[in-house]
Write a protein that binds this ligand. Structure first.
Ligand SMILES: Cc1ncc(COP(=O)(O)O)c(C=O)c1O
Length: 374
């Protein structure tokens, strides 16, 4: 109950609620397997290592990556993008080079590239969007140049719901030999992902938006790229041998997993993946699309409401503003009814500027939402 009303949780794009099996998996891990991984010969350590590595394989299969060594456990999407910026980016981007993002990026897919550009004297190029919130492929193609070193685009926008044409984005970049990173923070919970079919070079997501625990996520990277990249952080686990004169680094994925990782979180993420696999990602997408169509219709019937983000291909997000009502007031009134929505700029301030609004109200859907109030 929230404010004496049954909770209606419509803030799934910020973070999702956790199935009981995920919560149980965390408790079970700490009660029966808790130990450090890759380090001990004792049975408990081997058990923990097996569970941790099984979770990696679950992520690999979930994304359809070719090999489990292409999966790096990170803290979440933000850390995954920073890892690529600070390793691949630092190694490959130089003065006068360009990185392409889009007008609908989350701050975590803007700021790491800005920091890199500042350090290297490189430039950030931004693909514009139309009034519906759709990625403009023609404009994108025009921005691709011999100076472009990386394209980094959101798969599904957290503020608009737009699902981007990622296969075409990758194809156009690859035709010019440019690698592509996709920010899958939102998409991963709503659409089936196949990194080999999409063809992207990096794919990043956070576990907590996929019904898993906070503090864990994954970076998929093509093995040849990861092999060639320098490590992100130094410390235990990422080394093969250390002397005071010289350190030899470990192979992937360990090269990028310095220090003790979020072992319990990774195991919990694996169980969350089992959970959505049992439901079926296609079923989740179909159900949410039906809810989205219903919500869009009902909101469109309210004259004072203006929907922000009306792309033809979109999922799970209803972002809107209301005439003569500040989004925060709308959010507060809904909260009094036990309805949790997000109000604000959704970590996408340049996108709010594009639509000429300071903030929106955002209802974001998950498979456990219903038409009726339960
Ligand atoms: C599209 C998108 N990218 C990146 C992020 C950052 O994710 P995290 O805070 O889990 O690192 C979010 C979170 O809201 C997001 O929606």
């Amino acid at each position: 109950m929230i404010n004496d009303r049954p909770l209606v949780y419509l803030d799934n794009a910020a973070t999702s609620q956790k199935p009981q099996v995920v919560i149980d998996a965390l408790v079970n891990y700490y009660m029966t397997e808790n130990s450090n991984v890759h380090r001990g010969v004792h049975t408990l350590s081997q058990r923990a290592t097996d569970s941790y590595e099984e979770a990696r394989v679950k992520v690999q299969r979930f994304l359809n990556a070719a090999d489990d060594k292409e999966i790096i456990f990170v803290r979440g999407t933000t850390e995954g993008i920073n890892l690529v910026a600070q390793t691949y980016g630092r190694q490959n981007v130089g003065e006068g080079d360009e990185i392409i993002i889009s007008a609908m990026e989350h701050h975590s897919n803007i700021v790491p590239w800005q920091m890199l550009c500042q350090e290297k004297g490189a430039h950030l190029k931004v693909v514009p969007i139309n009034d519906e919130g759709e990625f403009l492929l023609d404009e994108y193609e025009n921005l691709l140049s011999p100076r472009t070193k990386l394209v980094s685009i959101v798969h599904q926008s957290n503020a608009l719901g737009t699902i981007n044409p990622v296969e075409q984005i990758v194809e156009l970049a690859h035709a010019r030999g440019i690698p592509v990173l996709l920010d899958g923070a939102q998409a991963v919970a709503h659409v089936p992902i196949d990194v080999q079919r999409i063809g992207c070079d990096f794919y990043v997501f956070s576990g907590h938006k996929l019904y898993g625990p906070t503090g864990v996520g994954a970076l998929y990277g093509r093995a040849d790229l990861l092999d060639a990249m320098p490590p992100y952080q130094g410390g235990g686990e990422m080394i093969r041998s250390v002397t005071f004169e010289k350190t030899l680094y470990n192979v992937i994925p360990n090269k990028f997993e310095a220090g003790t990782q979020n072992i319990a979180g990774s195991v919990g993420l694996g169980v969350a993946i089992d959970y959505v696999n049992n439901l079926g990602m296609d079923n989740i997408a179909a159900y949410e699309n039906e809810l989205l169509a219903y919500g869009t219709k009902r909101l469109s019937e309210i004259e004072a409401v203006r929907l922000i983000g009306t792309a033809r291909h979109k999922g799970s997000i209803l972002s809107f503003v209301m005439e003569n009502a500040h989004p925060h007031d709308v959010g507060t009134i809904l909260d009094a009814e036990g309805i949790a929505v997000r109000t604000g700029h959704h970590c996408a301030q340049p996108l709010m500027d594009r639509f000429g609004v300071p903030a929106t109200v955002r209802a974001s859907l998950a498979f456990y939402n219903t038409r009726e109030r339960n």
